[in-house]
Design a protein around this ligand. Structure first.
Ligand code: JFZ
Length: 418
């Protein structure tokens, strides 16, 4: 089982960098994708957004170009978020883009545009559904993670929701060609694992799309020595990079992907000024790879269908860095070395990449690598760098066995525009 997962994720573990896209009706109120729950908005009060949804500037070819330019190798779109609204033309509901002024299957256009750029396709699908009448949180406007009486009373109809949910997953995995990732979100309390009929669901998914990857949010114990069949192919830490990477109970590395917002929200938020810088994104990507993980970086397009300018700007700057330095990211993993004082290592085969985040004016010290460095080069321009063992090294017990590499001028990631 574990071996299956390892080989299934081979491509995923090479790609390292993906685009997460949170988009739906909530782009109109523009206060994030949880707005319905946070502000206790009823179905009726939310309905005007359905009637108004008209993303006249939706052009997923532009999105795909932005992802491609940034060096992102796969993209995951919210086909349905917790509000239950479907961007695809589901036959199982009327609550879909086709019935809004948008008037068409927005998922299909996404798939076609990203596939044309050679970018892998992932579907985010919310297990939670605030709109479906058979979902326990229906109508009471209560945050579904809080216990409440209505929840208990409605539980007996949950079977119908499961049929709906399984049916929609079948639609998504039969109607759009080969799909690379199925990203479920999310389990909580007793709403986990078999409550979703997860084993049956995963069997169906694998019979439809044998090579697909599934995240770990259906429940189960991905870190167990013998994980459930639905426990997932990769771990999905959210808004953090796990400090020591992720290993299972046997100490074996698990595939993982940190999903992180570019500002402080997933869905479009008009009042969010906190867009992170290109340098922060690059450093975070490097950190993920240095710990055997991927970075799934989120964008939240607006109600017209455009990725915010500030996000596009960061993506293109990250792309400029990736163009020159992508070799230190794609196909790379953790180096079996302690974290250096000045930054991080990534590694591919016998090639070690030194990401210098922090330096003074002197050369960079490589502890323990005196006899292992054959030559050094600057990745960005290919120029050779001088390697030297310190003079009278034996006098400094703490630098024995190490070597210095001399960098020209102020070369470091400080040259990334922010
Ligand atoms: C979920 C969603 O609620 C959110 O809107 C967004 O889509 C995000 C990517 O995923 O949020 C979660 C899910 C799980 C945890 C935290 C937030 N968790 O397990 O800590």
């Amino acid at each position: 089982m574990v071996d299956d997962r390892w080989s299934r994720t081979a491509r995923f573990r090479q790609d390292r960098f993906g685009m997460f896209i949170h988009w739906g009706l909530y782009a109109i109120p523009a206060r994030g994708e949880w707005v319905r729950s946070h502000e206790r908005i009823s179905n009726e009060q939310y309905q005007p957004y359905f009637e108004a949804f008209n993303p006249v500037r939706y052009n997923p070819k532009e999105w795909a170009k932005a992802a491609k330019t940034a060096g992102q190798k796969y993209a995951i779109l919210t086909t349905k978020h917790h509000d239950g609204f479907c961007l695809f033309d589901s036959q199982l509901t009327d609550y879909k883009a086709t019935n809004t002024p948008a008037g068409r299957d927005l998922v299909r256009e996404f798939v076609e545009a990203f596939r044309a750029e050679g970018i892998g396709i992932g579907f985010y699908y919310s297990l939670i559904d605030w709109h479906h009448e058979d979902y326990p949180a229906y109508g009471d406007r209560i945050h579904p993670m809080r216990s409440n009486e209505a929840y208990k009373d409605k539980d007996h109809q949950f079977e119908r929701y499961l049929e709906y949910m399984h049916g929609q997953v079948r639609e998504l995995l039969t109607g759009y060609g080969k799909i690379d990732i199925m990203w479920f979100d999310f389990s909580y309390d007793e709403m986990t694992g078999e409550k979703w009929k997860a084993a049956e669901l995963v069997q169906m998914i694998r019979s439809l799309q044998p090579d697909i990857l599934i995240d770990n949010r259906l429940g189960g114990h991905i870190k167990a020595a013998e994980p459930e069949i639905y426990a997932g192919d990769f771990y999905s830490p959210e808004q953090i990079v796990p400090p020591g990477g992720v290993v299972n109970e046997l100490g074996e590395p698990l595939p993982w992907e940190a999903c992180i917002t570019l500002n402080d929200n997933w869905g479009y938020h008009a009042g969010d000024p906190h867009t992170k810088s290109a340098r922060q994104v690059v450093r975070t990507l490097v950190e993920c790879v240095s710990k055997n993980g991927n970075l799934l970086l989120n964008v939240g397009p607006d109600a017209k269908g455009e990725i915010p300018e500030a996000s596009l700007d960061v993506l293109s700057k990250v792309g400029r860095w990736m163009e020159r330095n992508g070799d230190s990211i794609y196909g790379c993993s953790a180096a079996n070395l302690p974290k250096p004082e000045w930054g991080r290592y990534t590694q591919r085969g016998s090639r070690l990449y030194a990401h210098v985040f922090d330096r003074g004016i002197g050369p960079i010290y490589f502890a323990g690598l005196k006899d292992r460095i054959r030559r050094a080069r600057l990745l960005a321009d290919g120029s050779e760098l001088q390697v030297s063992v310190p003079w009278m090294a034996e006098q400094y017990s703490d630098i024995e066995g190490g070597a210095f590499i001399h960098l020209p001028g102020a070369e470091s990631d400080e040259d990334i525009d922010t």
